[in-house]
Design a binder for this molecule. Structure first.
Ligand SMILES: Nc1ncnc2c1ncn2[C@@H]1O[C@H](COP(=O)(O)OP(=O)(O)O)[C@@H](O)[C@H]1O
Ligand SMILES: [Mg+2]
Length: 222
């Protein structure tokens, strides 16, 4: 119970609860405080280039009101037999490429998402759309790509529990030849960054070198 009239969230991730407000609007609220102002600005900036992101209506501290998207996550669509691993890899590569074409707002680098994985992609009637922009900002595109690869590898080796399991490794293998830039260039920095994320358990942190090795060991030619 939330005690504030919102009822039960219709979806929850590791960091936020999402409530339906009706009229095609959802409220996403960080459970542990946090400020959504920055991510709302990045979302609006990306949207101004036509990037597929939900429209933001209101932001107030940990609360973000945005357009409700209709459709399953990429992970759910795959588990439901509605999307192949190959199609998944192409969609991820395309979202990374299009995102990294957006110039950074500070004059260097590009926009980066820093949490681009199959649970943060919704397959809608308007095509695949990217959600969960809490880590997004200006940055190094290769860093962003390496982080996506590392997350897939964490699932592939069983460090992060997910129904997709080892199939995440197949997506990783299919993805690496498709991505723009160099997905390995910033992998060491990404491991350090990932180790410092509060969502990572000590066990997950301990397994990061194995996950990084899984990224490096992936055949680079399909
Ligand atoms: N704009 C939206 N429209 C519809 N569903 C959404 C939207 N944003 C988030 N969700 C749902 O809420 C879940 C959690 O949201 P997300 O932003 O990924 O939070 P977390 O940081 O907790 O992972 C998503 O997997 C999705 O099912
Ligand atoms: Mg999420």
């Amino acid at each position: 119970m939330t005690g504030d009239g919102l009822g039960e969230p219709f979806a929850s991730g590791r960091e936020a609860d999402v409530y339906a407000l009706g009229d095609g609007v959802v409220l996403r609220r960080y459970r542990n405080g946090g400020d959504a102002t920055g991510e709302a600005a990045v979302m609006a900036y990306a949207a101004s280039f036509g990037y597929p992101v939900p429209r933001v209506f209101r932001v107030d501290g940990p609360e973000l009101e945005m357009e409700r998207l209709d459709g399953p996550t990429m992970a759910a669509a795959y588990l439901d037999g509605k999307l192949s691993l190959d199609a998944s890899a192409h969609i991820i590569a395309d979202l990374l490429r299009r995102l990294h074409e957006l110039p950074g707002r500070g004059g260097t680098g590009s926009i980066v998402h820093l949490d681009l994985h199959p649970d943060n992609i919704l397959l809608t009637g308007r095509g695949p759309m990217l959600i969960d922009w809490g880590n997004a900002g200006d940055g190094d595109p290769d860093f962003d790509t390496a982080l996506t690869a590392l997350i897939l590898a964490q699932v592939a080796i069983g460090s992060i529990e997910h129904e997709i399991g080892a199939d995440a490794g197949t997506v990783l293998d299919l993805l690496l030849p498709l991505v723009p830039g160099d997905p390995l260039a910033k992998l060491d920095d990404v491991v350090a960054f990932r180790a410092g994320q509060w969502t990572m358990s000590p066990e997950e942190v301990a397994a990061l070198p194995t996950a990084a090795a899984r990224v490096r060991g992936t055949p680079m030619t399909a």
